[in-house]
Design a protein around this ligand. Structure first.
Ligand SMILES: Cc1cc2nc3c(=O)[nH]c(=O)nc-3n(C[C@H](O)[C@H](O)[C@H](O)COP(=O)(O)OP(=O)(O)OC[C@H]3O[C@@H](n4cnc5c(N)ncnc54)[C@H](O)[C@@H]3O)c2cc1C
Length: 339
């Protein structure tokens, strides 16, 4: 995450992985949980920012209080349950788990941002998602002015969604993960990862091997932050994979790859739709482009603006709709902007 040892910046672009966003109102850095609660209590509208890796902020910025979440700490609260502070960088936590023989997070290696933001969109990759291991989310409820432990059911986890997304009622303070004490990974679910590990789906491999392989795969797709690589100046995937009902899928008559999703619905890879609608890797807008390594990532090449990024997003979304009749939806949270 961005270094805050320097004086707070006057432009929110300093705190987003897209390096986009305009001026903030009051900027507070919360390094303690109590301070985090105090800074959001009684505020009418507030922007919480942690790693800034899943937000697109309008060029006009945010005309209200902005709280940068920088709380830290990892501790075992009962056997095999690790409690992590919201501001802890997610990948530091994954690395801690792997190095200390806790299994279950290794396939989520290399995802940018904070631990506290992972429940927001039920962060997932390579066949794993945080909903598999979260047992409680300790949240400050702005409506009731209380802190409480929310169960996974209350969190409403779904594909890149939860009760927390697009909802400023809750502030995640700490998250509890129940992991397995083992030097072996959770069963490998994702075909590409299994292939790269040289194992069958369902097999387990040493924790470090799983982590290293995921990191290598992600880096090849520009999905690990690298300040020198503009393909990583993104929010990761800009669009979620569309999920359509079985009837809709049948009526679309698409010859596209797809896989089964919940309740008989069908998930279609957004990357395939984008490429086949005529938007290849590197497809450029004004100072922005589709990543040269991954069709789903929209990137700032250094001279971009949020407005140009959203123009590109609209072009891609509309092109996919015109060609295939499928609607793409943005994965990140859009702040003071829209597509
Ligand atoms: C290169 C790259 C690769 C990525 N790969 C993946 C991936 O594989 N899988 C995946 O799921 N995501 C991925 N992402 C998206 C992103 O990293 C995750 O969504 C991450 O969890 C966001 O964390 P953050 O701390 O940066 O959140 P921020 O961007 O700071 O915030 C995101 C949203 O959560 C809210 N929020 C943040 N912290 C809290 C809190 N403590 N309490 C309440 N609300 C909060 C913010 O207000 C905002 O609405 C990727 C992003 C990038 C740039």
């Amino acid at each position: 995450m961005h270094d805050l040892s320097a004086a707070p910046q006057t432009d929110l672009s300093a705190y987003t992985t897209l390096r986009l966003g305009g001026p903030p109102g009051d900027l507070t850095v919360a390094t303690e949980t109590d301070q985090l609660v105090a800074s959001v209590r009684n505020a009418a509208s507030i922007l919480l920012l942690a790693g800034g890796s899943n937000v697109v902020i309008g060029d006009g910025g945010f005309d209200g209080p902005v709280v940068l979440i920088r709380t830290r700490g990892i501790r075992e609260v009962e056997p095999s349950v690790l409690r992590v502070a919201a501001g802890e960088p997610w990948d530091d936590f994954v690395s801690y788990a792997v190095e200390n023989g806790y299994s279950g997070l290794e396939c989520l290696s290399g995802i940018p941002g904070s631990a506290g933001a992972t429940p927001i969109q039920n962060v997932g990759a390579y066949g794993a998602e945080v909903a598999h291991t979260i047992v409680a989310v300790h949240a400050y409820d702005r409506k009731s002015d209380t802190v409480r432990a929310m169960t996974p059911e209350e969190c409403g986890f779904a594909y890149r969604a939860s009760v927390f997304k697009h909802n400023d009622r809750y502030v995640v303070l700490e998250v509890d993960f129940r992991l397995e004490r083992s030097d072996e990974s959770a069963p490998i679910r994702y075909a590409e990862l299994a292939r790269n590990l040289g194992v069958e789906a369902g097999d387990r491999v040493p924790l470090r091997q799983a982590r290293d392989t995921v990191l290598k795969l992600r880096a090849g797709k520009g999905m690990v932050l690298d300040p020198d690589d503009r393909d990583t100046w993104s929010v990761g995937s800009f669009f979620t994979n569309p999920v359509v009902s079985a009837a809709e899928w049948a009526s679309l008559g698409l010859e596209a790859p797809h896989w089964p999703a919940a309740d008989g619905s069908v998930k279609i890879p957004a990357a395939w739709l984008i490429e086949n609608a005529g938007f290849p890797k590197g497809f450029a807008g004004d100072g922005v482009s589709i990543s040269t390594k991954h069709t789903l990532a929209l990137t700032n090449r250094g001279t971009g603006t949020t407005s140009a990024l959203l123009d590109l997003a609209r072009t891609v979304r509309d092109g996919v709709r015109d060609k295939f009749g499928v609607e793409l939806h943005p994965e990140p949270v859009l702040v003071n902007c829209a597509i």
